[in-house]
Write a protein that binds this ligand. Structure first.
Ligand SMILES: [Zn+2]
Length: 173
């Protein structure tokens, strides 16, 4: 979510799937420093970098192996969440070097999946893909969209399931 308010009615919100890392690169050129980019729209920039760390976890975390201490993992996690500038720099760095990414799932695509109110998201950009929440009303809609989207070259399964979870909750088993 781009803001801290819940989406109360489906007609208020949408899912935006876009290569936000590329936009951040453009913003760096415009504003010259990461700090200035963050100041230009703190909530949005913060959400974007946080979501990259979640949705593209493998790209932003070293291979920690099997025996990582829980406390170490928690420490990394807290650093991830607090360090806005660190996260922004890291997203830009990965984005600039995306042609060298060897993780098979992502290839060079860094399309992030965001849930937002219409009012909270800039709705422009040639690569942007929108789905109004009114079109993801129930489980059948969600499955239909999943089948449709997984054929896209930029398909981001982690981001999509994370968004569905935020939207419909997680089923307890
Ligand atoms: Zn909002």
């Amino acid at each position: 979510m781009v803001c801290s308010n819940k989406i109360m009615a489906p007609e208020d919100g949408l899912v935006v799937i876009d290569d936000f890392a590329e936009h951040l690169e453009d913003l760096i050129h415009e504003h010259s420093t990461p700090e200035a980019v963050i100041q230009s729209n703190p909530a949005l920039v913060n959400t974007i970098t946080q979501e990259y760390f979640e949705q593209f976890y493998d790209l932003f975390h070293e291979d920690e192996g099997d025996i990582v201490e829980f406390s170490e993992a928690m420490k990394h996690r807290i650093v991830d969440m607090k360090a806005h500038v660190y996260r922004l720099n890291k997203v830009i760095e990965v984005s600039k070097n995306r042609d060298k990414i060897k993780k098979p799932l992502y290839e060079q695509f860094m399309h992030l999946c965001l849930l937002a109110h219409y009012a909270c998201i800039p709705t422009e950009g040639p690569k942007q893909y929108f789905i109004e929440l009114e079109r993801i009303k129930d489980a059948k809609d969600a499955i239909d969209w999943t089948i449709h989207l997984e054929e896209k070259t930029w398909w981001n399964p982690h981001g999509w399931t994370r968004m569905l979870e935020a939207l419909h909750g997680k089923k307890e088993t």
